[in-house]
Design a protein around this ligand. Structure first.
Ligand code: FE2
Length: 351
Protein backbone atom coordinates (compact mmCIF):
# COMPACT_ATOMS: atom_id res chain seq x y z
CA UNK A 1 0.00 0.00 0.00
CA UNK A 2 1.42 3.42 -0.98
CA UNK A 3 1.64 6.27 1.53
CA UNK A 4 -1.19 8.08 -0.29
CA UNK A 5 -3.58 5.17 -0.23
CA UNK A 6 -2.66 4.50 3.45
CA UNK A 7 -3.48 8.15 4.19
CA UNK A 8 -6.83 7.81 2.44
CA UNK A 9 -7.62 4.58 4.28
CA UNK A 10 -6.85 6.22 7.66
CA UNK A 11 -8.98 9.26 6.75
CA UNK A 12 -11.81 6.97 5.71
CA UNK A 13 -11.63 5.00 8.96
CA UNK A 14 -11.60 8.18 11.08
CA UNK A 15 -14.49 9.65 9.10
CA UNK A 16 -16.49 6.44 9.31
CA UNK A 17 -15.87 6.29 13.08
CA UNK A 18 -16.96 9.93 13.52
CA UNK A 19 -20.02 9.31 11.39
CA UNK A 20 -20.82 6.26 13.48
CA UNK A 21 -20.79 8.33 16.68
CA UNK A 22 -22.90 10.99 14.97
CA UNK A 23 -25.36 8.42 13.70
CA UNK A 24 -25.68 6.64 17.04
CA UNK A 25 -26.34 9.98 18.73
CA UNK A 26 -28.87 11.33 16.25
CA UNK A 27 -30.48 8.27 14.73
CA UNK A 28 -31.92 5.07 16.02
CA UNK A 29 -33.00 2.00 14.11
CA UNK A 30 -35.58 2.99 11.55
CA UNK A 31 -33.82 6.34 10.91
CA UNK A 32 -35.81 8.08 13.60
CA UNK A 33 -34.27 11.38 14.65
CA UNK A 34 -33.00 11.16 18.21
CA UNK A 35 -32.38 14.02 20.58
CA UNK A 36 -29.04 13.82 22.43
CA UNK A 37 -29.63 12.93 26.08
CA UNK A 38 -28.31 16.19 27.56
CA UNK A 39 -30.62 18.22 25.32
CA UNK A 40 -33.61 16.06 26.18
CA UNK A 41 -32.88 16.74 29.84
CA UNK A 42 -32.91 20.50 29.42
CA UNK A 43 -34.70 22.25 26.63
CA UNK A 44 -35.88 19.03 25.01
CA UNK A 45 -38.53 18.39 27.68
CA UNK A 46 -42.11 18.37 26.44
CA UNK A 47 -44.53 20.09 28.81
CA UNK A 48 -48.09 18.89 28.59
CA UNK A 49 -51.22 20.45 30.02
CA UNK A 50 -53.68 17.59 30.06
CA UNK A 51 -57.36 17.42 30.97
CA UNK A 52 -57.20 13.74 30.16
CA UNK A 53 -55.87 12.25 33.34
CA UNK A 54 -56.75 8.56 33.12
CA UNK A 55 -53.59 6.47 32.89
CA UNK A 56 -51.49 9.11 31.13
CA UNK A 57 -48.37 8.58 33.25
CA UNK A 58 -47.49 5.13 31.88
CA UNK A 59 -48.12 6.36 28.32
CA UNK A 60 -45.70 9.29 28.69
CA UNK A 61 -43.15 6.97 30.32
CA UNK A 62 -43.32 4.68 27.29
CA UNK A 63 -42.79 7.68 24.97
CA UNK A 64 -39.71 8.74 26.97
CA UNK A 65 -38.34 5.19 27.01
CA UNK A 66 -38.62 4.99 23.26
CA UNK A 67 -37.48 8.47 22.22
CA UNK A 68 -35.32 9.71 25.11
CA UNK A 69 -37.52 12.82 25.23
CA UNK A 70 -38.55 13.69 28.79
CA UNK A 71 -42.12 14.68 29.54
CA UNK A 72 -43.61 16.80 32.29
CA UNK A 73 -47.32 17.06 32.69
CA UNK A 74 -49.90 19.06 34.61
CA UNK A 75 -53.52 17.96 34.93
CA UNK A 76 -56.61 20.11 35.39
CA UNK A 77 -60.02 20.72 33.91
CA UNK A 78 -60.12 21.75 30.27
CA UNK A 79 -61.40 25.27 30.98
CA UNK A 80 -58.78 25.92 33.69
CA UNK A 81 -55.90 24.67 31.52
CA UNK A 82 -57.04 26.88 28.62
CA UNK A 83 -57.24 29.88 30.97
CA UNK A 84 -53.73 29.13 32.14
CA UNK A 85 -52.30 28.92 28.61
CA UNK A 86 -54.05 32.18 27.78
CA UNK A 87 -52.74 33.96 30.90
CA UNK A 88 -49.18 32.71 30.35
CA UNK A 89 -49.24 34.00 26.77
CA UNK A 90 -45.85 34.01 25.06
CA UNK A 91 -44.18 32.69 28.21
CA UNK A 92 -46.22 29.54 28.57
CA UNK A 93 -44.17 26.45 29.38
CA UNK A 94 -46.94 24.34 27.76
CA UNK A 95 -45.98 22.66 24.50
CA UNK A 96 -49.04 20.44 24.17
CA UNK A 97 -52.66 20.81 25.24
CA UNK A 98 -54.46 17.46 25.63
CA UNK A 99 -58.21 17.68 26.05
CA UNK A 100 -61.27 15.53 26.39
CA UNK A 101 -64.19 16.38 24.10
CA UNK A 102 -63.72 17.93 20.67
CA UNK A 103 -65.66 20.97 21.87
CA UNK A 104 -62.74 21.87 24.15
CA UNK A 105 -60.16 21.46 21.37
CA UNK A 106 -62.29 23.61 19.07
CA UNK A 107 -62.48 26.33 21.76
CA UNK A 108 -58.68 26.25 22.26
CA UNK A 109 -58.16 26.76 18.52
CA UNK A 110 -60.83 29.48 18.43
CA UNK A 111 -59.08 31.32 21.28
CA UNK A 112 -55.77 31.27 19.38
CA UNK A 113 -54.07 28.95 21.88
CA UNK A 114 -52.97 26.34 19.31
CA UNK A 115 -50.90 26.37 16.13
CA UNK A 116 -51.29 24.38 12.90
CA UNK A 117 -49.13 21.28 12.55
CA UNK A 118 -48.37 19.93 9.10
CA UNK A 119 -47.53 16.29 9.70
CA UNK A 120 -48.03 13.43 7.29
CA UNK A 121 -47.89 11.00 10.21
CA UNK A 122 -50.87 12.69 11.84
CA UNK A 123 -52.94 13.14 8.68
CA UNK A 124 -52.22 9.54 7.65
CA UNK A 125 -53.12 7.99 11.03
CA UNK A 126 -56.06 10.14 12.13
CA UNK A 127 -59.31 10.09 10.11
CA UNK A 128 -60.29 13.42 8.61
CA UNK A 129 -63.44 13.99 10.68
CA UNK A 130 -61.39 13.59 13.88
CA UNK A 131 -59.01 16.45 13.20
CA UNK A 132 -59.26 20.19 12.78
CA UNK A 133 -59.72 21.44 9.20
CA UNK A 134 -56.68 23.70 9.81
CA UNK A 135 -54.67 20.99 11.60
CA UNK A 136 -54.64 22.80 14.94
CA UNK A 137 -55.83 19.71 16.82
CA UNK A 138 -55.99 15.97 16.27
CA UNK A 139 -58.23 13.32 17.82
CA UNK A 140 -56.29 10.52 19.51
CA UNK A 141 -58.95 8.30 21.08
CA UNK A 142 -62.65 7.76 20.39
CA UNK A 143 -65.35 7.60 23.03
CA UNK A 144 -68.87 6.62 22.07
CA UNK A 145 -71.67 8.31 23.97
CA UNK A 146 -74.43 5.81 23.58
CA UNK A 147 -77.41 4.09 25.23
CA UNK A 148 -76.90 1.75 28.21
CA UNK A 149 -79.61 -0.44 29.72
CA UNK A 150 -80.36 -3.04 32.35
CA UNK A 151 -81.27 -6.26 30.53
CA UNK A 152 -83.67 -7.42 33.29
CA UNK A 153 -85.89 -4.40 32.75
CA UNK A 154 -85.33 -3.44 29.10
CA UNK A 155 -85.09 -5.48 25.92
CA UNK A 156 -82.70 -4.15 23.27
CA UNK A 157 -85.65 -4.46 20.83
CA UNK A 158 -87.25 -1.51 22.67
CA UNK A 159 -84.25 0.72 21.95
CA UNK A 160 -83.30 2.59 18.77
CA UNK A 161 -82.16 6.22 18.96
CA UNK A 162 -81.29 9.06 21.37
CA UNK A 163 -84.35 10.81 19.94
CA UNK A 164 -86.66 7.88 20.79
CA UNK A 165 -85.79 8.28 24.49
CA UNK A 166 -88.14 11.28 24.32
CA UNK A 167 -91.05 8.82 24.08
CA UNK A 168 -93.29 8.88 27.15
CA UNK A 169 -92.71 5.14 27.70
CA UNK A 170 -89.41 6.18 29.32
CA UNK A 171 -91.13 8.42 31.87
CA UNK A 172 -89.22 8.16 35.17
CA UNK A 173 -86.86 5.50 33.76
CA UNK A 174 -83.92 7.55 32.39
CA UNK A 175 -80.58 8.57 33.95
CA UNK A 176 -78.60 11.29 32.19
CA UNK A 177 -75.73 13.76 32.66
CA UNK A 178 -76.58 17.42 33.46
CA UNK A 179 -76.57 20.17 30.82
CA UNK A 180 -73.48 21.76 32.37
CA UNK A 181 -71.26 18.92 31.16
CA UNK A 182 -69.50 19.10 27.77
CA UNK A 183 -70.55 15.50 27.02
CA UNK A 184 -74.24 16.50 27.06
CA UNK A 185 -73.55 19.69 25.12
CA UNK A 186 -71.65 17.85 22.35
CA UNK A 187 -74.40 15.23 22.00
CA UNK A 188 -77.01 17.97 21.62
CA UNK A 189 -74.71 19.88 19.22
CA UNK A 190 -74.55 16.73 17.05
CA UNK A 191 -78.35 16.59 17.06
CA UNK A 192 -78.59 20.26 16.02
CA UNK A 193 -76.20 19.47 13.15
CA UNK A 194 -78.36 16.48 12.13
CA UNK A 195 -81.88 17.90 12.56
CA UNK A 196 -81.71 21.67 13.08
CA UNK A 197 -82.78 23.46 16.25
CA UNK A 198 -86.57 23.05 16.08
CA UNK A 199 -86.52 19.23 15.95
CA UNK A 200 -83.68 19.04 18.50
CA UNK A 201 -85.66 21.25 20.91
CA UNK A 202 -88.64 18.88 20.61
CA UNK A 203 -86.43 15.90 21.46
CA UNK A 204 -84.78 17.59 24.44
CA UNK A 205 -88.18 18.75 25.73
CA UNK A 206 -89.32 15.13 25.44
CA UNK A 207 -86.34 13.95 27.52
CA UNK A 208 -87.10 16.62 30.14
CA UNK A 209 -90.79 15.63 30.22
CA UNK A 210 -89.63 12.09 31.09
CA UNK A 211 -88.02 13.53 34.25
CA UNK A 212 -84.62 11.89 33.91
CA UNK A 213 -82.46 11.47 37.00
CA UNK A 214 -79.54 13.86 36.36
CA UNK A 215 -76.22 12.64 37.76
CA UNK A 216 -72.91 14.40 37.08
CA UNK A 217 -70.80 11.23 36.82
CA UNK A 218 -71.13 8.54 34.15
CA UNK A 219 -69.86 5.93 36.62
CA UNK A 220 -72.54 6.82 39.14
CA UNK A 221 -75.15 6.78 36.35
CA UNK A 222 -74.16 3.18 35.53
CA UNK A 223 -74.15 2.20 39.20
CA UNK A 224 -77.64 3.72 39.52
CA UNK A 225 -78.79 1.60 36.53
CA UNK A 226 -77.27 -1.52 38.12
CA UNK A 227 -78.94 -0.76 41.47
CA UNK A 228 -82.39 -0.36 39.87
CA UNK A 229 -82.61 3.45 40.15
CA UNK A 230 -83.15 3.77 36.36
CA UNK A 231 -83.59 1.46 33.37
CA UNK A 232 -81.89 3.30 30.50
CA UNK A 233 -79.09 5.86 30.39
CA UNK A 234 -76.77 7.75 28.07
CA UNK A 235 -73.07 7.50 28.99
CA UNK A 236 -69.65 7.11 27.39
CA UNK A 237 -68.84 3.49 26.63
CA UNK A 238 -65.51 3.36 28.50
CA UNK A 239 -67.11 3.84 31.91
CA UNK A 240 -68.80 0.48 31.40
CA UNK A 241 -65.45 -0.93 30.21
CA UNK A 242 -63.87 0.11 33.53
CA UNK A 243 -66.71 -1.31 35.62
CA UNK A 244 -66.59 -4.59 33.68
CA UNK A 245 -62.84 -4.85 34.18
CA UNK A 246 -63.35 -4.51 37.94
CA UNK A 247 -66.38 -6.83 37.93
CA UNK A 248 -67.05 -8.98 34.83
CA UNK A 249 -70.56 -9.69 36.18
CA UNK A 250 -71.56 -5.99 36.17
CA UNK A 251 -75.09 -6.29 34.74
CA UNK A 252 -75.35 -3.29 32.37
CA UNK A 253 -75.32 -3.67 28.55
CA UNK A 254 -74.37 -1.37 25.68
CA UNK A 255 -76.80 -0.52 22.90
CA UNK A 256 -75.26 1.26 19.90
CA UNK A 257 -77.58 4.19 19.18
CA UNK A 258 -78.93 5.39 15.83
CA UNK A 259 -77.49 2.47 13.84
CA UNK A 260 -80.11 2.66 11.10
CA UNK A 261 -79.43 6.32 10.46
CA UNK A 262 -76.52 8.71 11.13
CA UNK A 263 -74.79 6.40 13.64
CA UNK A 264 -73.75 6.63 17.29
CA UNK A 265 -72.33 9.87 18.73
CA UNK A 266 -68.55 9.59 18.81
CA UNK A 267 -66.38 12.17 20.53
CA UNK A 268 -62.62 12.29 20.99
CA UNK A 269 -59.85 13.04 23.35
CA UNK A 270 -57.03 14.66 21.46
CA UNK A 271 -54.44 17.39 21.42
CA UNK A 272 -52.63 20.19 19.70
CA UNK A 273 -49.36 22.09 19.90
CA UNK A 274 -49.66 25.43 21.68
CA UNK A 275 -49.17 28.68 19.76
CA UNK A 276 -46.10 29.61 21.85
CA UNK A 277 -44.67 26.14 22.45
CA UNK A 278 -41.03 26.46 23.60
CA UNK A 279 -40.28 23.00 22.22
CA UNK A 280 -42.44 22.62 19.16
CA UNK A 281 -40.39 19.90 17.46
CA UNK A 282 -40.63 17.45 20.36
CA UNK A 283 -44.27 18.43 20.91
CA UNK A 284 -45.05 17.30 17.35
CA UNK A 285 -43.07 14.09 17.92
CA UNK A 286 -45.19 13.35 20.98
CA UNK A 287 -48.44 13.80 19.03
CA UNK A 288 -47.07 11.67 16.18
CA UNK A 289 -46.05 8.95 18.60
CA UNK A 290 -49.49 9.02 20.27
CA UNK A 291 -51.05 8.55 16.80
CA UNK A 292 -48.73 5.65 15.95
CA UNK A 293 -49.86 2.03 16.51
CA UNK A 294 -47.76 1.64 19.67
CA UNK A 295 -48.83 4.95 21.23
CA UNK A 296 -52.45 4.38 20.19
CA UNK A 297 -52.62 0.99 21.84
CA UNK A 298 -51.34 2.31 25.17
CA UNK A 299 -53.27 5.57 25.11
CA UNK A 300 -56.63 4.04 24.11
CA UNK A 301 -56.35 0.92 26.28
CA UNK A 302 -55.43 2.93 29.38
CA UNK A 303 -59.04 4.16 29.34
CA UNK A 304 -60.90 1.47 27.35
CA UNK A 305 -61.35 3.89 24.48
CA UNK A 306 -61.31 3.07 20.79
CA UNK A 307 -58.06 4.02 19.02
CA UNK A 308 -58.55 6.93 16.60
CA UNK A 309 -56.13 5.20 14.22
CA UNK A 310 -58.33 2.67 12.38
CA UNK A 311 -55.37 0.29 11.95
CA UNK A 312 -55.22 -0.37 15.71
CA UNK A 313 -57.47 -2.96 17.40
CA UNK A 314 -59.46 -2.01 20.51
CA UNK A 315 -59.01 -3.51 23.98
CA UNK A 316 -60.73 -6.97 24.25
CA UNK A 317 -63.30 -5.73 26.80
CA UNK A 318 -64.66 -3.07 24.46
CA UNK A 319 -64.18 -5.23 21.36
CA UNK A 320 -66.85 -7.42 23.00
CA UNK A 321 -69.31 -4.54 22.72
CA UNK A 322 -69.35 -5.27 18.96
CA UNK A 323 -68.86 -3.07 15.93
CA UNK A 324 -70.99 -0.01 15.29
CA UNK A 325 -71.76 2.71 12.78
CA UNK A 326 -70.43 6.10 13.93
CA UNK A 327 -71.91 9.48 13.11
CA UNK A 328 -69.42 10.78 10.48
CA UNK A 329 -69.83 14.45 11.47
CA UNK A 330 -66.65 16.56 11.70
CA UNK A 331 -66.03 16.87 15.43
CA UNK A 332 -65.23 20.57 15.17
CA UNK A 333 -69.01 20.98 14.87
CA UNK A 334 -69.39 20.12 18.57
CA UNK A 335 -67.41 23.26 19.37
CA UNK A 336 -68.97 25.45 16.70
CA UNK A 337 -72.49 24.55 17.91
CA UNK A 338 -71.70 24.40 21.64
CA UNK A 339 -73.17 27.81 22.52
CA UNK A 340 -76.35 26.97 20.56
CA UNK A 341 -76.58 23.62 22.37
CA UNK A 342 -76.22 25.26 25.81
CA UNK A 343 -78.93 27.79 24.94
CA UNK A 344 -81.27 25.10 23.60
CA UNK A 345 -80.78 22.89 26.66
CA UNK A 346 -81.58 25.84 28.91
CA UNK A 347 -84.67 26.86 26.94
CA UNK A 348 -85.93 23.26 26.96
CA UNK A 349 -85.64 23.19 30.76
CA UNK A 350 -82.78 20.62 30.83
CA UNK A 351 -80.60 21.53 33.80
FE1 FE2 B 1 -64.91 10.86 30.70
Amino acid sequence: MSRTSKYFTMTFVILAFALGIFASTYFRAGNEPQIPAEQAETKGIVNIYTARHYGVEQVFEAFTAETGIAVRFTTGSDAILRERIKAEGKFTPADVYLAVDAGNLWLAAEEGLLSPVESEVLTYNIPENMRDTENQWFGLTKRVRTILYHPDRVSPAELSTYEALADSKWQGRLAMRPATHAYTQSLVASMIAAHGEARTREVVQGWVANQPTLIDSDTRILETLAAGGADVAITNHYYLGRLLEANPAFPIRVFWANQNERGAHVNISGGGVTAHSPNRENAIRLLEWLASPQGQKLFADSNHEFPANPAVLPHPIIAEFGSFVADPINMGEFGRLQADAIKLLDEAGYR
